[in-house]
Design a protein around this ligand. Structure first.
Ligand code: NI
Length: 149
């Protein structure tokens, strides 16, 4: 297997809170991330596809094609947006890096034309990042069918 990764960037704001919690509980759990009008991150997204290089091209996946898919399916929809309000596929979802990575996976998995999606890695900052490999995850309010339709 050969693992091929495309790195992309986007900037977005979000607010972490659970509407079923009291204000006090949201403050206790999410602290500064619960700021009423949100806060921003310069996110870094790394998408890794695995496979065997095609004997005729030497490619697992054409990285230009992977770049275009990530731009079209993800970056164009989240860059310079407020993730709580502006992104239909994140509606009703607490926009932690964990949840965002899982949802990005579900979108990309169906769009990758060659090879197999291996991981989605999402950096919220230099020091904080999450990585997801496609195991089943339950995210309240996330309906994969709607995201993909
Ligand atoms: Ni944040």
């Amino acid at each position: 297997m050969v693992y091929v990764t495309r790195k992309s960037h986007f900037s977005a704001s979000h607010r972490l809170y659970n509407p079923t919690f009291s204000d006090e509980k949201n403050d206790a759990i999410f602290d500064k991330c619960n700021n009423l009008h949100g806060h921003g991150h310069n996110y870094v997204l790394e998408v890794t596809v695995k496979g065997l290089p095609d004997p005729s091209t030497g490619y697992v996946i054409d990285l230009k094609q992977l770049r275009d898919i990530i731009e079209l399916e993800i970056i164009d929809k989240v860059d310079h947006k407020h993730l709580n309000y502006d992104v239909p596929f994140l509606e009703g979802i607490i926009p932690t890096a964990e949840n965002i990575a899982v949802i990005f996976w579900s979108i990309l998995e169906k769009s990758i034309p060659m090879g197999t999606l291996h991981s989605v890695k999402l950096y919220e900052s230099d020091n904080n990042f999450v990585e997801y490999f496609g195991e089943p995850v339950n995210i309240p309010n996330f309906k994969a069918e709607e995201v993909l339709s």
